[in-house]
Design a protein around this ligand. Structure first.
Ligand SMILES: [Zn+2]
Length: 148
């Protein structure tokens, strides 16, 4: 089910720390890595958002530590999934991921309706941004690191 490496081995999905400008630590970045040849690639569903986050830090950022998962719905779902299921050899990653994505989307839609009923536009646009981080792709595309 997981993405296959160029060398033929299955790649594992894990969370890594990325250091930016030798000062900022970005935690919980979803990365596929190969245990055999050690090649790795960032989950492409989040690359655009990571770039935006780095750009928002500017060229001379103050030293700090940021959790990417706290800023990104898909990364947060993956963080929890790995945390809770890593030791479960029978887990079906695709259905587990799909289920969690669906639950989260439903919750966000409820929040969106609630924010709209209050006329809270700032909240609405925050929820909208979060929904976008979870839409337009399938759980299969995440686990194979392909676009759709
Ligand atoms: Zn490999």
């Amino acid at each position: 089910m997981h993405k296959q490496c160029q060398c033929g081995e299955p790649m594992g999905l894990e969370l890594r720390k990325v250091i930016y400008a030798s000062k900022v630590e970005i935690l919980h970045v979803p990365v596929f890595s190969c245990p055999s040849c050690f090649s790795s690639e960032v989950l492409q569903h989040v690359t655009k958002d990571i770039k935006e986050l780095l750009q928002s830090l500017g060229s001379k950022p103050a030293p700090r530590r940021i959790s990417f998962a706290r800023n990104h719905e898909l990364a947060e779902i993956i963080r929890k999934l790995i945390l809770e299921e890593a030791d479960n050899p029978h887990v079906d990653w695709q259905s587990a991921l799909e289920e969690r994505m669906e639950l989260r989307i439903n919750l966000l839609l409820d929040l969106y309706r609630y924010a709209r009923s209050l006329g809270d536009e700032e909240w609405m646009s925050d929820v909208e941004k979060r929904l976008l981080q979870l839409s337009g792709f399938t759980s299969k595309s995440v686990l194979t690191n392909t676009k759709n």
